[in-house]
Write a protein that binds this ligand. Structure first.
Ligand SMILES: Cc1ncc(COP(=O)(O)O)c(C=O)c1O
Length: 481
């Protein structure tokens, strides 16, 4: 192990100092005894230079959208423009204290207010709360709204949520966490809703249906109006998992399709950074009849003054203070930079890029749904599978060529799923290079399968024992032998 590969605590030396704070320039503060530390803080004792080297080294071991092509299906790994960061970190925003009086944070509240409004306009829903911290958190908020709505209507027996078997795993998980029973329905072979299967489960116990459109196989739900009619007729509500909104951006609105509730992943569609667990944001939006159930607080405006408003019917607050403020600012800047006219190019370009890759490789990879896709599509392994190369091997080998792997083994409806989502931001040259490497890897799979099976060979971490990692995870650096 190289010296700077060690963790920052391991290179710590007693009494080494990174920064010398001149005590004489500090204001005198007397701390009450009960909040004073009784033991020395366990902090690494390192020089500033050690810290810089350590983090620079760590950053070079990572792979991100800023190091290379990242076609991770369902994750919309698009470029995060630097102007978003620049404006989100302006001191007027970055130094706001959560307990500051609202009259002193009017600028930030205007951003919240206008972001809520723009999301409403984009999705065709009446109102938004920015509260939830992730897509899955937005799902939970939406399901809590569904529950509160039926309870308010004295219809608490509605305790079942329908989820197609092609859904993202967070959908059934959120429904279960919210106390609903999940009713799974089998999809059509292309992952779209099977209307007969839907009709068969529509009883007076159905609270709602969760759906993403385009679905997880990148196919537009052509029967969405019929789906929404059926669910509404049975007394249920329609939840839109907005993680795939990028495909429709500026062209179609979930509200127009009949959805009553949606979450939107700002950290995907609206170009704020994600990965490694956050920070994320999953604002939840609703149609007119559900506005009073939104999580508190909502930012409102009256005569040019912005303020927080709480509703009595609200499902409550799902985040503290101002939430992930920097994420909302980034998303706001992104929307304002693009404007209405440019935003409507996003969906079509994302769709074009996905179709270009799909059509350029379908002579080598199994294409279970062979028709125009939306912003992403799924291959189901190699056409020539004679050497036993699996999707996992192909994905690992791509890393050797400097590409992040696509999403693999999802959606679950195909056994060798490889889900590719290039997004609208990639140039034709990058797409061509990826196509070229996919063709090389497909050839290697036939010519030298053992090499592909043991890939990656050029990355900092080689192939892991995934079963062992899942069963015996080592989560403390002190336990690493
Ligand atoms: C279709 C779909 N729904 C929901 C989610 C959950 O979003 P988040 O990761 O922000 O919780 C994802 C995330 O990948 C997704 O792809």
């Amino acid at each position: 192990m190289k010296y700077y590969d060690k963790l920052i605590f391991e290179i710590s030396e007693e009494n080494r100092i990174g920064y010398n704070l001149e005590k004489k320039n500090l204001p005198k503060v007397v701390l009450p005894n009960e909040i004073k530390r009784t033991e020395k803080a366990e902090l690494p004792e390192v020089s500033e230079f050690d810290v810089v080297r350590h983090y620079t080294n760590v950053s070079q071991k990572n792979f991100g959208v800023e190091t290379g092509f990242y076609p991770l299906g369902s994750c919309t790994m698009k470029y995060n423009p630097k102007i978003n960061d620049e404006l989100a970190t302006l001191s007027g925003f970055a130094n706001i204290h959560p307990l500051q009086p609202v009259e002193t944070v009017q600028g930030l509240l205007k951003i919240y207010h206008d972001t809520q409004k723009m999301l409403s306009e984009i999705s065709g829903l009446t109102a938004y709360s920015l509260n939830p911290f992730a897509g899955a958190h937005g799902e939970l908020a939406g399901l809590m709204i569904i529950k509160a709505y039926h309870q308010k209507n004295n219809d608490p027996k509605r305790n079942k949520i329908i989820v197609p078997d092609s859904a993202h795993g967070t959908n059934p998980a959120s429904a279960t966490v919210c106390g609903f029973d999940v009713v799974e329905i089998k999809s059509n072979p292309d992952g779209t809703v099977n209307l007969e299967a839907l009709k068969a489960v529509l009883t007076d116990e159905i609270a709602g249906l969760m759906l993403t459109n385009p679905n997880t196989a990148g196919v537009f739900e052509k029967d969405i109006l019929e789906v929404s009619r059926l669910v509404h007729e049975a007394g249920g509500l329609l939840y839109y998992d907005g993680a795939n909104l990028n495909a429709l951006l500026g062209k179609a609105k979930p509200g127009d399709m009949g959805f009553d509730i949606t979450h939107i992943n700002l950290h995907k569609t609206f170009s704020t950074p994600h990965g490694g667990g956050g920070p994320g944001s999953g604002p939840v939006g609703v149609c007119e009849k559900l506005t009073s159930f939104l999580p508190n607080p909502i930012v409102k405006e009256k005569e040019g003054i912005y303020y927080f408003e709480n509703s009595n019917d609200s499902i409550g607050a799902l985040g503290q203070f101002y939430g992930n403020a920097s994420v909302y600012i980034r998303a706001y800047v992104y929307m304002m930079t693009l404007g209405r006219e440019n935003m409507s190019d996003i969906g079509p370009l994302a769709v074009l890029n996905a179709n270009y890759i799909k059509d350029s490789l379908k002579d080598l990879f199994v294409l279970p749904i062979d028709r125009p896709c939306m912003h992403e599509f799924v291959f189901d392994g190699l056409i020539d599978s004679s050497t036993g190369i699996k999707t996992l091997d192909l994905a690992k080998r791509l890393l050797d060529y400097g590409f992040h792997a696509p999403t693999i083994y999802f959606p679950l409806i195909f056994s060798q799923s490889m889900m590719i989502e290039p997004t609208e931001v990639e140039s034709k040259e990058t797409l061509d290079e990826f196509i070229n490497v996919m063709r090389i890897v497909a050839k290697e799979a036939i010519d030298d399968p053992e090499m592909v099976k043991s890939a990656p060979h050029n990355t900092i971490v080689r192939r892991l024992d995934e079963v062992k990692a899942a069963r015996n995870p080592i989560v403390k650096f002190r336990d690493i032998k």
